[in-house]
Write a new protein. Structure first.
Length: 647
């Protein structure tokens, strides 16, 4: 069973079936309930005509199929952001631009019920059948809170059910309710919408239900006293991030070596058993040397997403967002912008999409311009490769590995650059909306559920693998063709003095006289001041499709020189022509320039496409691409010049 994906055009939907929508604030447990009801992890598409994501999937109730939709999280139907606006639109029976659900499941966190009831009051005025689902009842009990569910039903006049996580018995009871929404009771008198009167209504409901506010978790309070402190909290944040990258290098290194040995074994098999020249070249250099060069970094990718999932599950990332609200203010933004930028550590695309939660158009554009500078997972293989060439694996600064220190510095530079970009952009875009509330849930610290962590890590890693087997594979095949065409005849090899029986010499000659070489040499005047030769140039040009393709392209070139040990060949590469002919290709100044170039350059067509979709114009993607390329070139030139002067 798979969820339906929707788009503004050509989307399909499950018609003729009853529709239920989940409504609630962020972090209220909506998506957990969605997954429990549908047996799915949320699948995403877009509402017609807008870029706001929708999550929808089928579920079986009383032997019949229904549609469950997880609406974006909102604190109010008085919308101040695109996400909140779509919720108000979906619940408006008079608006036929989107399908109106047949009934609503209003998901409320029982531990914050006083605030959550205000949203319920607004929803009840939408003239739709409503069932209230109270979540986090287990935490309510642990923190010595109390509530009488039957009394809540009487006070609200609608069905009320408690559901803890994805507990099967609770979900089954909810399924029974979904079988007949026409029988759901409705309040005899609707709650008031006037804020002053509404406060009285909320208090009367809580009093009728015997609601006892759960105690503030003492452990959480003690930890927050440190983690939310302006000084100690900031120091802790940087310490966590520093340790984060130490783990990525030290733990992943043995796994990466094992994967490299597997691909070396595969390359040897190809060389031994495939006798057709072009096929051996395609398999050995194109697939194993190209795609394999990217897949060897899968351990680092897995660890990256594992650590992010653990930090989120523990409850730390929400604290980091609140802490960074002060930093965001320096850039003229707010804490919600940090959430979007933090999402960009995995990929700039979800980070750009997360700007929908920002109420100000100025803040959305400014954050979008900064998101591509956050060091995403696509840069990780490039950084690991280049840092490995620059810094010996056993180099240390005190107890810390120097490679991890270098990686932390690059991530820090990316974050600082993203903030700077957002600050500059915000000065040239329209005014921001001031005085709007910034809400951020601070859940109690808890041990993350193993299944949730594994699923999140696995989904993210599989997204990386799918990218490798689609975009990167396609680009790698194109690059293999460019690196191996035109076909060199035996006579041409003989005239060049190349032994036709020496496969490595033939491969090297073919690459040096390929269409790719011509292309790389054509742009040489642009990149020569940075210390790049044509092989690096074609890697950079190919990486416009996806940054990881740089690793794949360089991997193909290295595999041509030494199929069994491409890593050794990479380190031993020399400049093939020009005044530096014979000198090492990857010198410290050149590697430093490459690192700076990849920190700043916008080399991801998917990111550009999403930015175009979110802004509704090509203006901002064009500005981002051109300006970041210029900054990347300047920073790479400065890095090359400074490092060369220090040597």
């Amino acid at each position: 069973m798979s969820a339906s994906c929707h788009g503004g055009e050509g989307g399909t939907t499950l018609t003729g079936t009853r529709r239920f929508a989940l409504v609630g604030s962020p972090n209220s447990g909506k998506t957990t309930l969605f997954n429990a009801l549908t047996g799915l992890r949320a699948k995403t598409g877009n509402y017609p005509g807008v870029t706001v994501a929708r999550y929808e999937g089928p579920a079986t109730v009383a032997g019949q199929q229904v549609v469950i939709e997880d609406l974006p999280g909102t604190y109010s139907l008085a919308a101040i952001s695109p996400d909140e606006a779509i919720v108000a639109t979906v619940l408006d029976r008079a608006d036929d631009s989107v399908a109106t659900p047949d009934a609503l499941l209003v998901v409320l966190d029982v531990t914050t019920l006083r605030r959550s009831l205000r949203l319920l009051a607004q929803v009840l005025h939408r003239d739709l059948p409503v069932c209230v689902v109270l979540t986090f009842g287990d935490e309510m009990s642990q923190r010595h809170g109390a509530i009488d569910l039957e009394a809540v039903r009487r006070a609200l006049g609608v069905p009320v059910i408690g559901v803890v996580g994805g507990r099967r018995s609770d979900v089954d009871a909810l399924r029974d309710l979904l079988s007949d929404p026409a029988s759901w009771t409705q309040p005899a008198v609707l709650p008031p919408l006037d804020p002053a009167e509404q406060s009285g209504w909320v208090e009367s409901v809580l009093a009728s239900a015997g609601y006892r506010v759960p105690e503030v978790d003492r452990r959480t309070r003690r930890i927050d006293a440190v983690l939310l402190h302006p000084v100690w909290g900031t120091l802790t944040f940087f310490a966590v991030m520093f340790g984060f990258f130490q783990v990525i290098f030290t733990v992943a290194a043995p796994m990466q070596a094992a994967i490299e040995s597997v691909f070396a074994w595969l390359a040897a098999l190809v060389a031994e058993h495939v006798t057709i020249g072009w096929l051996a070249s395609f398999l050995g250099q194109g697939l194993i040397g190209g795609v394999g060069a990217v897949l060897v970094f899968l351990p680092q990718i897995l660890l990256l997403f594992l650590l992010i999932a653990v930090l989120e599950g523990v409850g730390y990332l929400s604290r980091a967002a609140l802490l960074m609200d002060r930093v965001m203010a320096r850039a003229g933004l707010e804490g919600r912008a940090f959430v979007a930028l933090l999402s960009s550590l995995a990929c700039a695309i979800p980070g750009i999409m997360a700007t929908r939660t920002l109420p100000s158009a100025r803040d959305r554009i400014a954050t979008m311009m900064g998101a591509p500078l956050m060091t995403c997972s696509a840069r990780l293989p490039v950084f690991v490769l280049l840092i490995g060439l620059l810094v010996p694996g056993d180099s240390r600064v005190g107890p810390f590995g120097l490679q991890g220190v270098a990686m932390f510095g690059l991530y820090l530079l990316g974050a600082f650059s993203a903030m700077t970009s957002a600050w500059i952009t915000s000065r040239f875009v329209g005014r921001s909306i001031r005085g709007l509330p910034f809400y951020m849930e601070l859940p109690p610290y808890r041990v993350p559920r193993l299944r949730s962590v594994v699923v999140q890590m696995w989904d993210s890693a599989m997204a990386f693998v799918r990218k490798v087997t689609t975009i990167i594979l396609a680009t790698t095949i194109i690059m293999w063709a460019l690196l191996n065409l035109p076909v060199q005849s035996p006579d041409a090899l003989a005239r060049a003095g190349v032994d036709a029986g020496d496969d490595v010499a033939v491969s090297q000659y073919v690459i040096d006289h390929s269409y790719a070489a011509d292309l790389g040499k054509a742009v040489q005047p642009v990149f020569e001041p940075l210390g790049f030769d044509w092989r690096i140039n074609i890697g950079i040009l190919a990486s416009l499709s996806a940054r990881e393709v740089f690793v794949a392209t360089i991997g193909q070139v290295a595999a041509a020189e030494n199929p069994e040990e491409p890593a050794t060949a990479l380190a031993a590469m020399t400049v093939s022509e020009g005044p530096r002919a014979g000198e090492p290709l990857f010198t410290p100044p050149t590697i430093a320039a490459l690192l700076m170039f990849f920190v700043y350059a916008l080399q991801c067509m998917s990111t550009i496409a999403v930015m175009r979709r979110e802004t509704g114009t090509w203006q901002w993607p064009a500005i981002a691409f051109v300006s970041l390329f210029a900054v990347a070139w300047v920073m790479a030139f400065l890095a090359h010049t400074v490092v060369a002067a220090l040597m």
